[in-house]
Design a protein around this ligand. Structure first.
Ligand SMILES: *Cc1c(COP(=O)(O)O)cnc(C)c1O
Length: 374
């Protein structure tokens, strides 16, 4: 068996220990004579699995008593609408901070639903390479919305805006459980699982109970109403059973690493190893500004990106170098490093499950590539 180091932005690598456990239990889960894939979600044995997953979310994220933990489907993208449908119900006004693609998509979805969206800050002036500083959010907004870690731009909030009584909603898809987070500062948190928690298929939602309404926006479907899922223990319909099972195991793995604080320490060590190299290199540079840098997603460019926008020959050379980097790194067992088209260059996603050795292997490859292409 030969495994690669996978730097994909999502779905992304999972801890090997977890994959091995899943494999060992594939044919017969815990003496049940069935795979978890085959079980009735209404069975006692499955109820224990989903209860364990929820208990681990509560324990590791220190979720206060007055919050519900839900396992939903439809990805982070469905939350863009559900947030507006279930929270945007009084003044129909919401404040959004625009920090990149995912925040923009969320705002666009709210607008579609008739919410009056106010963009209270943006970092579009510098291609979203930083997080704007918004100390305080005030107004008659139903909610305020932020994307806490911007997967494409490689930026992350180093503070939590003070919204007073306005419920703060945060998309934490690409940073959930990569660090400690004070859940009580938020009204609602959500995360698609495929970056830091599990395979694709489940979305974790943590919602303060007073925000679970019986009267969402008119026309909101049963499935898009948080109350439906809160009242039925995330089992109103068939949940993504297997994914939730893997999620529980990933959280057990995080617990063994010292929980949110322990994994955060490892993540800082990994990210610093890469950023330190980028900052001292004269061949590469990180695109995200210091003070806003993500521990999870690290986009970077080469010196060949420093050219005038209309210099076609230089642009062709830049593309040639980037393509070569991706091709050679893939051959070296370092995969999915191609950058997002909105940033260009390369991007290394180094989620919880990426070991420090993977980052060290990447930096060693980068050094060699820089020498050969100087
Ligand atoms: C990946 C991602 C999404 C979209 O998630 P889906 O599950 O694909 O809908 C939303 N927000 C952020 C921050 C993401 O990284």
């Amino acid at each position: 068996m030969s495994r690669v180091y996978n730097f994909s932005a999502g779905p992304s690598c999972l801890p090997e220990e977890v994959l091995k456990e899943c494999a060992a239990e594939m044919m017969d889960y815990n003496g049940s004579g069935q795979s978890v894939m085959e079980m009735s979600h209404r069975s006692k044995v499955y109820q224990e699995i989903i209860d364990h997953a929820e208990a681990q979310v509560r324990k590791l994220m220190k979720v206060p008593e007055n919050y519900k933990v839900l396992f939903l489907q439809g990805g982070g993208s469905t939350q863009f609408a559900m947030v507006a449908q279930n929270l945007g119900i009084h003044t129909h006004k919401a404040a959004y901070i625009k920090t990149g693609v995912w925040a923009k998509k969320a705002a666009a979805e709210a607008k579609k639903l008739g919410i009056e969206v106010t963009e209270i800050a943006s970092s579009e002036d510098k291609n979203f390479s930083y997080i704007p500083r918004v100390e305080k959010i005030e107004g008659d907004y139903d909610y305020a919305y932020i994307c806490f870690n911007n997967t494409i731009m490689g930026t992350h909030y180093e503070y939590i805006p003070d919204t007073g009584k306005i419920p703060l909603v945060a998309d934490i898809s690409s940073c959930v459980l990569s660090e400690e987070l004070d859940v009580s500062k938020f009204g609602l948190l959500f995360a698609g699982a495929q970056k830091n928690l599990a395979p694709a298929g489940v979305t974790l939602v943590i919602i303060r109970e007073d925000l679970i309404t019986e009267t969402p926006l008119p026309g909101t479907t049963t499935m898009n109403t948080y109350k439906t899922h809160a009242d039925n223990g995330s089992m109103y319909n068939t949940p993504p059973c297997y994914t939730i099972y893997v999620l529980g195991k990933v959280l057990d793995w995080i617990e063994k690493k010292g929980g949110a604080a322990g994994i955060h320490k490892l993540n800082v060590e990994k990210a610093n190893y890469l950023y330190d190299y980028l900052d001292k290199s004269d061949f590469y540079h990180a695109t995200a500004e210091k003070g806003s840098r993500s521990l999870m997603n690290v986009p970077f460019l080469t010196k060949y990106s420093n050219h005038a926008a209309d210099d076609e020959a230089a642009a062709a050379k830049e593309k040639e170098i980037n393509d070569k980097f991706v091709k050679e790194s893939t051959a070296a067992g370092l995969v999915n490093l191609k950058g997002h088209r909105l940033v260009g260059g390369m991007r290394a996603s180094i989620y919880n499950a990426m070991p420090l050795d993977g980052v060290k292997a990447l930096v060693a490859f980068m050094e060699k590539f820089a020498k050969e292409n100087a």
